[in-house]
Design a protein around this ligand. Structure first.
Ligand SMILES: Nc1nc2c(ncn2[C@@H]2O[C@H](COP(=O)(O)OP(=O)(O)O)[C@@H](O)[C@H]2O)c(=O)[nH]1
Ligand SMILES: [Mg+2]
Length: 249
């Protein structure tokens, strides 16, 4: 039996090489499993022409339910995902990374897990996670360091891999959380899970398989960790000032 409907949000920065193939893969997968779906690509600046590739796919393949939210200036992954989620239409919402390093086929299990939870997140550190290639040591260090900072600054013990780009939500919960999101760059995932806990939502964590990624990452090795540290302090500060309370259910 098919599931009823899903909106998929894909933030894209410097993805011109892979975006077309990957949208086609995602579309094929969804067509077989959902009555209705939409794919929302969010670009912001696209120095390598990602936005133009997306526009030409939009023009040439009117059979694909594709929406392109296109900002002229770079805003960051968090701002892009927020714009996509708030602009989506359907009852379940998933955001993924454009490189499909977490394969879209993982969604089968995520849909089952959403039966007993409000949010289902992928983890590369949960027992059962698999890697097609070893993770570079500096990325392991960054991930561990970021989790330690989250424990110290936000009291986040339970989510060890906040940053994995594959998260599924029920619509009303995604909207409740994303309306409050303030972080525009990579640390928005930490804010999202901080809010999920703060608002008492049930979060399921599933191990995933991580595919090889031959591309260059968008993560800048010095600038982004510094930006992420300040973002965590900003989240703590927002919370102290009661800025997350508006509209709490
Ligand atoms: N729109 C937008 N997307 C971004 C930005 N930075 C990263 N992304 C997207 O976020 C996802 C994760 O980025 P990636 O470079 O793969 O990070 P990594 O997997 O942690 O190395 C990809 O889909 C990127 O295209 C940004 O500034 N704007
Ligand atoms: Mg990636």
């Amino acid at each position: 039996m098919k599931h009823s409907e899903i909106s998929i949000v894909i933030p894209c920065h410097k993805e011109a090489e892979v975006i077309e193939t990957n949208i086609l893969t995602v579309n094929e997968y969804l067509r077989g499993r959902f009555e209705r779906h939409e794919i929302i690509v969010v670009t912001d600046g696209s120095p390598d022409g990602t936005a133009d590739v997306t526009d030409s796919l939009l023009k040439n393949r009117s059979d694909i339910p594709l929406t392109h939210i296109r900002f002229a200036e770079n805003r960051g992954k968090g701002a892009a995902v927020k714009a996509g989620v708030l602009g989506s239409r359907f009852e379940t919402i998933l955001f993924i990374d454009a490189d499909l390093t977490i394969p879209i086929e993982e969604l089968d299990e995520f849909m089952s897990a959403l039966g007993q939870s409000d949010i289902v997140i992928a983890s590369r550190l949960a027992p059962g996670a698999k890697f097609e290639e070893p993770v570079p040591w500096h990325r392991v260090l960054m991930a561990r360091g970021f989790h330690l900072l989250q424990i110290l600054i936000l009291g986040n013990f339970e989510f060890s891999d906040t940053q994995c780009g594959f998260k599924l939500f029920r619509r009303n919960i995604a909207l409740d959380i994303f309306r409050r999101i303030t972080i525009r760059r990579f640390a928005f995932d930490a804010e999202l899970l901080f809010l999920a806990k703060h608002l008492d939502y049930r979060v399921a964590i599933l191990p995933v398989t991580v595919r090889k990624d031959p591309r260059d990452t968008n993560v800048r090795i010095v600038r982004d960790p510094i930006d992420m540290l300040f973002s965590l302090l900003h989240i703590r500060w927002n919370d102290l000032l009661g800025r997350y309370e508006n509209g709490r259910r």
